[in-house]
Design a protein around this ligand. Structure first.
Ligand code: CKX
Length: 603
């Protein structure tokens, strides 16, 4: 059960109940919890909402910045009627590592704060009775963990998170916790891929179960509920004549219904999901969806909002989708970690393309310069072996979790790693080799190239199937009145890509200017609303001059929280929208551009 990541649902065979709400919560600065038997309940606990990051609720800084161990606990009732089922607790995310105890018994450990995991609690659970789940979390940052950073200690003994990345280390149970019950004999996973043949679509599927002798029956139904294809067996193909394809911003979803039958043809499990029929290819410098070229317009985003930090909030998500639709966007990157599963379900429904990113961020010592600069190659460090294992684990889980979403266009395996030294090459060689066959849909794999990793300096240009460039002329260099030199330098680099033998698309996955909403200046000055527009105009001029640029995703959809620093005024202000999701002037400019650019722009 612990490797199963199917999204929970309730039906005749399966049970899903969210345990969201108020949980007990306690910091454990002195690391006394274990010894004082907090595994049996938290003494004098405070109340903490779940899902939420704990940080921004507090009014004192020691609590907000707390780094170390902290505990959550909740009592929950397990009905007698679930007896005989496999009982589990499924955590959407726990930052960054956790030990799970049920009724005092240790059940499992997990590391990785942005992906779900299930604890099989069958051995400890009491039926028809109240149970207690206690969690010991830890939010420290390390160089051999994702996302990468250090944990420092102040002279007063308090720990401090020192991220090598530019988003706040929001911590806690940021996503829902589910109590699930599954049949003992069950479907454990499924995969679908699509091939297009003339006017038909072939849906190739694989179903895995823990019952090798059971019969698997699969059906596909259209949006009216009409059955369009069926098949039997653990692998197979369903042919859909005249399919309604999943198209960018024009989604169509079929329901896949998987049934498991025992020897006497009795149904023993059923799983249903929504899938889209579409293909993805990279051909020359084109990104093709259903063999049609698509130009990406969208954003780098964050899961970030006031009060609850990095918590998944359906309301914020709904607003973000409405904003993206209003802007004329068709895509986004889950910078810099896999998002809550509901995000992908939204995107499936709305026809958005997702570049799905693993939290391999901060793999660059210079990124620590936000905090004081450590100039050595990240991949020369003695931590890379331990890190690699966690990195591969998290890519594996991300692909396992998200592989059936029609919205997922590509896998971003790292953000802004240091690739301008030879020592990165073995790590990348291994990473791209080990991840090659993880996705049955063989989606393109990529990573973002930071400013310092240019056409001339990056040693890892051979690896991605297409390129994501993060570039900041006009902001981090050649800023203000010098922006014209920034444009010239950018063109110089792009001319080199163009003149090279490389024939792959480039998507600009980050560029932007921090902007204080309401600050106006004529002529413009950095931080003003006018300057943000001028910077976007400069980039757009450049994008429109090169055919191989096949997408633009400015940084960021909305302002977001970061660590404190002399480069940040209460967070990163490169949002096209404010943190409370209202437009800056740039939104109106960009909207006009994007509404005039169709999905097939440049073809
Ligand atoms: N790229 C020079 C990664 C993002 C940051 C963005 C920024 C950087 C820029 C790297 O996570 O927020 O500084 O605005």
């Amino acid at each position: 059960m612990e490797k199963e990541l199917l999204y929970p649902l309730t039906n005749k065979f399966r049970f899903d109940q969210k345990l969201d709400g108020l949980w007990d919560f306690k910091f454990d600065e002195g690391k006394i919890g274990q010894q004082e038997k907090w595994t049996l309940g938290l003494p004098e606990a405070m109340q903490m909402p779940v899902p939420a990051s704990f940080n921004d609720f507090f009014t004192d800084k020691d609590s907000r910045e707390y780094t170390g161990d902290f505990w959550y606990a909740k009592r929950f009732f397990v009905p007698e009627s679930l007896k005989g089922q496999m009982l589990g607790l499924r955590f959407g995310a726990a930052t960054h590592r956790v030990v799970v105890y049920v009724n005092g018994q240790e059940i499992r450990q997990h590391e990785g704060g942005f992906l779900p995991f299930t604890a099989d609690i069958s051995v400890a659970v009491k039926f028809g009775a109240e149970n207690l789940v206690v969690l010991k979390l830890n939010n420290e940052l390390h160089r051999d963990a994702l996302p990468a950073g250090d944990t420092g200690v102040l002279k007063n003994g308090k720990k401090i998170a020192k991220p090598f990345f530019d988003f706040y280390n929001y911590s806690g149970l940021n996503r829902s916790v589910h109590l699930i019950a599954l049949p003992q004999r069950r479907i454990t996973d499924y995969t679908v891929t699509t091939a297009l043949t003339g006017t038909a679509a072939e849906v190739n599927y694989t179903v895995t179960t823990n019952q090798p002798t059971a019969t698997i029956v699969v059906a596909l139904r259209d949006e009216r509920g009409v059955e369009v294809a069926t098949a039997q067996g653990e692998h197979g193909q369903m042919k859909v004549a005249q399919p309604q394809l999943w198209q960018v911003r024009d989604a169509y979803l079929y329901t896949i219904d998987i049934q498991l039958m025992d020897d006497s043809s009795q149904m023993i499990d059923e799983y249903q999901d929504q899938i889209g029929l579409r293909t993805i290819k990279i051909k020359g410098h084109q990104i093709l969806i259903n063999d049609q070229p698509v130009y990406l317009k969208g954003f780098g985003r964050h899961e970030d909002s006031i009060y609850a930090g990095r918590a998944f909030d359906l309301n914020v998500e709904k607003r973000d989708f409405e904003l993206m639709k209003w802007m004329g966007a068709n895509s986004f990157r889950t910078s810099h970690y896999p998002y809550d599963e509901e995000v992908y379900r939204f995107a499936d429904r709305e026809g958005f393309l997702i570049i799905d990113e693993v939290p391999a961020v901060g793999f660059k010592m210079a990124a620590a310069s936000f905090l004081g600069g450590l100039d050595q190659s990240f991949f020369d460090g003695n931590w890379t072996q331990a890190l690699y294992k966690k990195h591969l684990d998290q890519i594996t889980d991300m692909i396992h979790r998200d592989k059936n979403h029609p919205s997922v266009l590509a896998w971003s395996l790292l953000n802004e790693p240091d690739t301008s030294s030879q020592s990165a090459v073995p790590y990348f060689e291994k990473l791209f080799k080990d991840t090659k066959s993880l996705d049955p849909d063989q989606r393109p794999r990529t990573f973002t190239l930071n400013e310092d990793d240019t056409f001339d300096t990056s040693y890892c240009k051979e690896f991605p199937d297409f390129y994501l460039l993060n570039r900041y002329p006009g902001w981090y260099h050649k800023w203000g009145y010098e922006i014209s030199d920034g444009e010239a330098n950018l063109r110089e680099e792009l001319n080199k890509w163009q003149a090279s033998a490389i024939d792959k698309p480039i998507v600009f996955s980050e560029y932007g200017a921090d902007t204080q909403p309401g600050l106006h200046k004529l002529p413009s000055v950095m931080w003003s609303e006018e300057y943000q527009i001028e910077l976007l105009q400069m980039f757009n001029r450049v994008f429109d001059s090169y055919d191989f640029i096949r997408g633009e995703q400015p940084w960021n959809l909305a302002d977001f929280q970061t660590v404190e620093g002399n480069m940040r005024v209460n967070g990163n202000k490169k949002g096209i929208f404010t943190r409370d999701r209202q437009p800056k002037e740039a939104a109106f400019y960009l909207r006009k551009r994007w509404l005039a650019i169709h999905n097939d722009f440049k073809n």
